[in-house]
Design a protein around this ligand. Structure first.
Ligand SMILES: Nc1ncnc2c1ncn2[C@@H]1O[C@H](COP(=O)(O)OP(=O)(O)OP(=O)(O)O)[C@@H](O)[C@H]1O
Length: 229
């Protein structure tokens, strides 16, 4: 059993009868702590459905999902919400920062949602922001940041709850080539040093060099591609 993410024979159906759509078909994958895995595939192939199930946002129709050894496919909504808050870091296409919070507060709000902000949380937030090259931006608001700085803030925020798993959905979509490399390199570095299991959905072939394994999603099936490196 892994402390990362283990998805076994997961299928997902939407609708019923003639309208039934098979979005995922018998998908299995294990991502160990410290592994950075990419999923590529055409529009409609099932990538968002896959990431939503891996991130405890959506329930599978069949199969099992284990996160840090816990069988989350059997969890109640309340338990799933706690898993999302405590064990998963999400990095989305656009950074989804809160417009009226400065960079430091974007991280502290994660702790506030889970309870109370302690002095050690503040110190950890500052440390993360320093690691991600944002030490001079702690008091800046999102509108004062570049695209890359926003995405780096979102990476720091995703790390704030010491997640076992990071799920990134097209994290380079709004970035130019240089910023895209910077951002994915930083995700990769954090995944390795903090021993996090990470999955990145991407259309961006240039980002695959940072990943340990690359999977193709095709018509709801997940297939291992040749090695990226
Ligand atoms: N809520 C839903 N109800 C019905 N069908 C859905 C729903 N969500 C997704 N689908 C269908 O499931 C399939 C997989 O969709 P999904 O959004 O997972 O693909 P995707 O690979 O993420 O696509 P994209 O790259 O365009 O975001 C598609 O055929 C889609 O039309």
């Amino acid at each position: 059993m892994t402390t990362g993410l283990e998805i076994s024979k997961v299928s997902k159906y939407y609708g019923e009868g003639n309208n039934k759509v098979t979005a995922l078909e018998q998908v299995s994958i294990t991502v160990e702590p410290g592994e950075f895995v990419a999923v590529v595939g055409p529009s409609g192939s099932g990538k968002s459905t896959f990431l939503s199930i891996a991130g405890a946002l959506l329930k599978a129709s069949e199969g099992e999902v284990r996160l840090n050894g816990q069988p989350i496919s059997t969890f109640s909504e309340k338990e799933l919400s706690s898993v999302r808050l405590k064990e998963i870091g999400f990095i989305m296409q656009s950074s989804n920062l809160v417009p009226y919070l400065n960079v430091l507060d974007q991280l502290l709000i994660v702790k506030k949602m889970a309870g109370k902000i302690k002095a050690e949380d503040r110190a950890f937030a500052v440390k993360l922001l320093e690691e991600l090259g944002l030490w001079s931006k702690l008091k800046s608001f999102p509108e004062e940041l570049s695209g890359g700085e926003k995405q780096r803030t979102a990476i720091a925020r995703a790390l704030m709850n010491h997640p076992n798993v990071i799920l990134a959905d097209e994290p380079t979509a709004s970035l130019d080539t240089q910023r895209a490399h910077e951002v994915v390199n930083l995700i990769s570095h954090q995944v390795k040093t903090r021993k996090i299991a990470a999955i990145m959905v991407t259309h961006d072939e240039r980002m695959l060099e940072y990943c340990d394994r690359v999977y193709h999603m095709e018509d709801g099936k997940l297939l291992l591609a040749e090695r990226a490196k």
